[in-house]
Design a protein around this ligand. Structure first.
Ligand SMILES: Nc1ncnc2c1ncn2[C@@H]1O[C@H](COP(=O)(O)OP(=O)(O)OP(=O)(O)O)[C@@H](O)[C@H]1O
Length: 591
């Protein structure tokens, strides 16, 4: 139990104070419940002793009514305060978790599946909230009631108190065992839950592909299999904890017949008074019912404490370290000094890479697929830290700068544009929440998206669907460029689109990018070489090292990889689907 409390404490921190009132109210409720029992015991004893008078009857009723009303009000207030404080704690937890995860090295996301991370935010926090808003106070209440009953039993008849203690000691190991079984199987069950979440996310994201390959429904075996495994695991969880809970409940419920037989025996032999007999009977009823509650809740608490354990482990994962709160570099020149980097298992992706991106100039990265171009951009954004060597911006080491401060200096435009399920206005404004409408429209005009936005029924207030699903690829890109223009950061990292857009769209996006890149320090990943012939510097990467470096003219003269690729792309431009001798002639004529 201490581990449960320790985990709860570690996860909710200072907010634990919000639980004090509900716990106190739970104890007060348990106390009133005891009072209720006391009045009943007293009434029965009085009745047996033939001392039951009308006035006693009315006084008893009055006390019971007051206790009842008080308990009802208490239950209402305690429930409200528990729900309110529980949701405050859970909201705070979700926000802190999101903030914490945001600061983690991207490696964390590589090692943890979407399902696992989604489960942390949904299942774990929901389970944790369940512990706080229900189980914890119920457990405390039952524990307090049992303690009071035991004390009362010692006072009333210490012999029977001894019998109760023996029965509890016999049953207790079963409860502990049930708890430890719950705790042991929780991780495996959680793996099954995570797998289902991952598969569902995968299924929804890839629904078009699955339909094309007729892998929908039961034919998508991975989804089917994970559902089945979760079903089996859920049954296993219930079945493995149930025997312990049931035997525990049976033993403690025996307290009532034992009290009856033992008490009757003592009474007949004249070793006990009727008052003691009645009191012991009532105590046995109350104690056994409270012990049953404890027996049911303990394994649940142990099982759910695994959720707290998971959350604690994320909070203990260290975010990216830094030593300087703000970026104080002289300019935005970016230098890679003998940088080596691998994502995992020591498979080297960048090897002793050195180059400089001059301040206010454009550097293009080209190279074969997998040569490390996107990795260079990720390292400049500090999604990861280098293994060896150093990256500097304005002579400041990137690893010294607070990640948020670094983010303010950089704007990224990736090929996979992600827009939030919100209005176009909010999607653009997120780059600068304080931006006026005029600034937003100005950025949109420069990004060539103002016109198409205004043609939509709700203009800037149009909702774009999840990921921007209601916009075309070109429209999404222009909205993302408007967002980047609004941010107006001095460094622009650009992952140019691999897919050819139609001529009009391409022209518009190129104009928009011209505005974005003007007078900025730019690193652009170029997939089509004709777009970067004016770059101040072109770096050809191969297997994580610089293979060639220079301007377009210099590289063409070198007759290396770049010159060869230029030629090949020229040839590729003439490729036609299903070319025949007839179409070839027509094309030749056209050329
Ligand atoms: N998140 C990741 N985890 C593990 N390995 C990765 C990860 N991202 C990239 N890699 C590996 O690192 C290498 C370099 O990838 P990178 O994406 O930087 O290449 P690229 O030159 O941008 O390729 P492309 O032109 O195809 O986009 C590849 O071998 C790739 O498989």
């Amino acid at each position: 139990m201490t581990s449960v409390i320790r985990n709860i404490r570690a996860v909710i921190g200072e907010k634990i104070k919000l639980l004090y009132t509900p716990i106190l109210l739970a104890v007060l409720d348990a106390f009133l419940n005891m009072l209720f029992y006391s009045v009943m015991i007293l009434s029965i004893v009085t009745l047996i002793k033939n001392q039951f008078t009308e006035s006693f009857f009315f006084r008893g009723i009055a006390v019971l009514a007051v206790v009842f009303i008080f308990r009802t009000l208490l239950a209402r207030y305690s429930f409200a305060s528990l729900q309110l404080n529980g949701s405050v704690i859970a909201t705070d937890l979700r926000l802190r978790l999101a903030e914490h995860v945001r600061g983690l090295n991207s490696g964390y996301f590589n090692q943890n599946s979407v399902g696992k991370l989604t489960s942390y935010f949904s299942t774990d926090i929901a389970d944790f909230e369940q512990v706080l808003t229900h189980h914890l106070t119920d457990f405390v209440k039952a524990l307090f009631s049992v303690s009071v009953c035991m004390i009362a039993a010692v006072v009333i008849d210490f012999r029977f108190a001894g019998v109760m203690v023996v029965m509890i000691l016999v049953a207790l190991p079963l409860m502990i065992k049930g708890g430890s079984v719950g705790h042991t199987i929780a991780p495996e069950h959680r793996v099954r839950i995570n797998a289902v979440i991952s598969r569902v996310v995968e299924y929804i994201n890839g629904i078009k592909t699955f339909r094309l390959y007729r892998l929908t429904g039961t034919k998508f075996e991975r989804l089917d299999q994970s559902f089945n495994e979760l079903k089996k695991s859920s049954i296993r969880v219930e079945l493995s904890m149930m025997p312990y809970v049931m035997i525990f409940s049976t033993i403690v419920s025996f307290m009532i017949p034992v009290a009856l037989i033992w008490g009757t025996n003592l009474l007949i032999q004249g070793n006990s008074t009727p008052e003691q007999y009645i009191a012991v009977l009532m105590l046995s009823v109350s104690t056994s019912s409270q012990l049953m509650t404890i027996g049911m809740l303990y394994p649940e608490l142990k099982y759910l404490s695994k959720s707290a354990d998971n959350l604690r482990q994320i909070f203990e994962t260290q975010p990216l370290p830094y030593t300087k709160d703000a970026f104080i570099g002289a300019d935005h020149e970016i230098t890679f000094e003998h940088v080596s980097f691998s994502y995992e298992n020591g498979v080297s992706v960048l090897n002793d890479l050195s180059f400089t991106v001059e301040d206010g100039k454009t550097t293009a990265l080209v190279g074969p697929s997998g040569s490390g171009k996107s990795t260079v951009i990720s390292l400049i954004s500090r999604f990861w830290d280098v293994d060896n060597g150093e990256i500097r911006m304005g002579n400041e080491k990137l690893r010294d700068i607070r990640p948020d401060a670094l983010t303010e200096e950089i704007t990224c435009v990736f090929q996979d544009v992600y827009l939030f399920n919100d209005t176009i206005l909010n999607n653009i404004r997120m780059a600068k929440p304080s931006a006026t409408m005029e600034e937003v429209t100005q950025a949109s005009r420069l990004a060539n998206c103002h016109e198409f936005i205004m043609q939509m029924e709700n203009g800037y207030d149009t909702l774009v669907g999840e990921g921007g699903s209601t916009l075309s690829g070109g429209e999404k890109q222009r909205v993302s460029i408007a967002r980047a223009l609004l941010k107006d950061a001095p460094v622009v990292l650009l992952d140019e689109s691999t897919s050819s857009l139609d001529v009009d769209n391409e022209k518009e996006i190129n104009h928009a990018l011209d505005h974005l890149m003007a007078e900025k320090t730019v690193v652009v990943i170029a997939h089509r070489l004709d777009t970067i012939i004016n770059a101040d510097q072109i770096i050809v990467l191969d297997e994580g090292s610089v293979r060639e470096k220079g301007t377009h003219q210099e590289l063409c003269r070198q007759q290396g990889w770049y010159a060869q690729m230029i030629k090949e792309q020229e040839v590729a431009k003439t490729w036609v689907i299903g070319e025949t001798s007839e179409t070839k002639d027509i094309l030749e004529d056209a050329r």
